[in-house]
Write a protein that binds this ligand. Structure first.
Ligand code: ITT
Length: 190
């Protein structure tokens, strides 16, 4: 395999995926580089959404295509924002407004357990799937500047710093890194 489409418009995800595969002899092409828009994420699960994002471009270009659907599940909020993580604060949500909404929904509650999930689909002649999960907790305040999304609020288990504060270390321990590890092995063999 010499080319891989990464079906995302999320720059943070794209950066992490490119960096993870930087030692592979594969040219990574993003949805933006192809001038493509995103399909509506109508799925009820991460897998359905990842599959529909990958299929949208694979059916057109017939080049192996990878898509990531991910989310943050907060225990005391019954798993929200979950598959709605990108739009938690509504259709015009920004990372900042989502983070503010999450902090206000949690208030001073002491049970702040949460987990990040990434479901990655690699679509070629076959559908390959990989899942990465990381447990942790939601901080009381935003901390750190690197990364994207809920990174300034999520403290992975075993650490006292948010994903944002952990900066490049996130790349070795994150939910996405766990999911990408298995996909990388598959790509190396294709
Ligand atoms: P694409 O569909 O174009 O890939 P998206 O941002 O819409 O981009 P998702 O539908 O998978 O992606 O939404 C996942 C949301 O969950 C994302 O927008 C972030 O708010 C959050 N998220 C996912 N992974 C994250 C990470 O590693 N760090 C922080 N927030 C993350």
């Amino acid at each position: 395999m010499d080319k891989l489409i990464v079906a995302t418009h999320n720059r943070g995800k794209l950066r992490e995926i490119k960096q993870f595969f930087c030692d592979l002899p594969v040219k990574i092409i993003s949805a933006d580089e192809l001038g493509e828009d995103s399909p509506r994420e109508t799925g009820k699960t991460y897998r359905e959404n990842a599959l529909l994002k990958a299929r949208y471009l694979y059916d057109k270009y017939r080049i192996p295509t990878l898509a990531d659907d991910s989310g943050l599940e907060v225990k005391i909020l019954n798993g929200l924002p979950g598959v709605y993580s990108a739009r938690f604060d509504g259709p015009k949500a920004t990372y900042e407004s989502n983070n503010i909404k999450l902090l206000s929904r949690l208030g001073n509650k002491s049970d702040r357990r949460a987990k990040f999930i990434s479901v990655i689909i690699l679509l070629s002649d076959t559908i390959y799937q990989s899942i990465g999960k990381v447990s942790g907790r939601i901080a009381y305040n935003l901390s750190g500047v690197s990364g994207f999304g809920y990174d300034p609020l999520f403290i992975p288990l075993g650490y006292q710093k948010t994903y944002s504060e952990l900066a490049c270390k996130k790349q070795f321990i994150s939910h996405r890194a766990i999911a990408l590890k298995k996909i990388k092995k598959i790509i190396e063999k294709l």
